[in-house]
Write a protein that binds this ligand. Sequence first.
Ligand code: PLP
Length: 376
Amino acid sequence: MNIPFNKPYMTGKELWYIAQAHHNGWLAGDGGFTKKCNAWLELRTGARRALLTHSCTAALEMAAILADLQPGDEVIMPSYTFVSTANAFVLRGAVPVFVDIRPDTLNIDETLIEAAITDRTRAIVPVHYAGVGCEMDAIMDIAARHKLLVIEDAAQGIMSSYKGRPLGSIGHLAALSFHETKNIISGEGGALLVNDPELAERAEIIREKGTNRSQFFRGQVDKYTWVDIGSSYLPSELIAAFLWAQMEEADAITQCRLYIWQAYHDAFVDLEQRGKVVRPRVPTHCEHNAHMYQLLLPSLEKRTAFIAALKTEGIGSVFHYVPLHTAPAGRHLGRAVGELRHTLDISDRLVRLPLWLGLEKYQIEVIRQVIAATEW
Ligand SMILES: *Cc1c(COP(=O)(O)O)cnc(C)c1O
């Protein structure tokens, strides 16, 4: 048997759209396919402005520039996340301030944020883990009272919502990922969502190497020139063409993923009742996108044995994250508030199961049987 942990899904239309881009003779960024993708994101999220980038990392870096951070400014975020969440701000000289996660959703514990605020705090970065929304009402309220920017790391959050509002549409800025391990993909890829209208114009400039090229093309200025700091954050049309094929199928992809997620969820009821695993928790006010199916095991030793047992049967399973505040760079560049007890605990016990389009119901049953029958 061979059930890989991930297998990127392709709709079948990607090459056709890439051929169209080829035929159109427009290969650089911001051609017709990029515009279609941006418009789709604006329609689906309600964001004021959506700008495709070459990665979510790039979108986070743009957000960090837009936040106008000075060296020594602080940005509050979970430690249980991917490195880019922190690195984007560190690149601007800011200090990531790590707080603990909630043991249920594994999202930043909103009740710990206020105690982490100092007079250097400029922004909060909630990460929507597994596409399940953070407690955004509480977070936006704290941000408003302390005049902080909220930047959603919605890398995993496309097609999810919190109290009916799409993830990525609630903070001032948000970053999405289209990396091949995410739900909607283009190999590498991402987008910046700008919800604060005051940041929209500068976002375009930063993405276009610090020039007013976008305004020039729209005929709004008569000279195209260097006006701000920036870099090249936009993807090629070939990538946007690929992504457009995925966006067209985004509803169907999400439905299929939810079906697989639910099959796992039903399969592990018994194991959870016997106290062997804890299944994911999704609050009723959060609609998720089945980005991930993860289990919590009783201990690090059990998890190591679990992953090895599945590997013996040809089934791929993985764990993440090394808490950023314990990582070599995080220890020097960031600051932790409190013990981060749940972060340390969860990072030892969480395991992710295969979840990709094409995974069959019988394969999920095989995975269930292997987990139920094997010593781990
Ligand atoms: C995947 C991911 C990123 C990085 O996305 P890229 O598109 O690979 O740059 C950032 N944050 C989180 C939470 C992610 O899951």
